[in-house]
Design a protein around this ligand. Sequence first.
Ligand code: GLU
Length: 297
Amino acid sequence: MREFAATYRGRLAPSPTGLLHLGHARTFWTAYRRAIAANGVLILRNEDLDPQRSRVEFATAMIEDLTWLGIRWQEGPVADGNGERGAFAPYTQSLRRPLYLEAWRKLRDSGSIYPCTCSRKDVARAAQAPHEGDAAGHPAEMADDEEPLYPSTCRNQQPSACTYAEPAGVNWRFRVPDGDAIEFVDQHYSAQRYVAGSDFGDFLIWRRDGVPAYQLAVVVDDAAMRITEVVRGADLLKSTARQILLQRTLGLSQPHWYHCDLMLDEHGIRYAKQQDALSLRHLRALGETPEEIHARF
Ligand code: GLU
């Protein structure tokens, strides 16, 4: 069900796992401009779910870099790094665990998830958003980042979810409705369609080591923070289909979606955080101004 809120509420949702680069800058600039155009509210959410990969230094750097770029937000960590403001605090995912647990319980009680004992490389990544290759077609990039199609090995193997009081100790997957088409209208890319069970499989919502997965956390937070439009990179289009399934199951309203074009380097490969040469910090140190960065978009 779609609800139309009176006030536009958008969000910036960086993960502090590296320095922001030009690709992030473009997406966040778009989110900022759309919030302004709608006379709305912009939220900064620190997506520091993964304790192994998130660093406080990167969270500090992203606030500084966004501010330098000219982006302003009304809710979330304040620009000087001292605390947060806004009615939906905390805006830091590592502090929002009770909300994710509540959603896990709902999913468990409705039989929508199951414990999975498979040990796979993708499990380690589940707290991160599964960024895919760009629309220009770079499947090699995609294969590295995207959560692989799970063969449903544990779907009917494990003890019933109801026997678990807590998620910890085992991985948890969402049972997708095989063959169902998930359709949505993207504000930038128009009509989108993904088929559950073939475009994506049973996806992780909680990791064995106790960390909630990106898909669950982002859906819970977007609803709790009353986000009306999600602006993010086109590499997360398929994740939107997964998130719509979670929203339906949890009875949450669906925001609008706006997926931005990805920025490609001279080889046609999308920018990754590892490429420090394209980090905003580096470009700034070379003397590039925020206006010159905006002109690159
Ligand atoms: N923290 C996620 C990322 O960095 C956010 C993705 C989203 O906007 O949903 O990719």
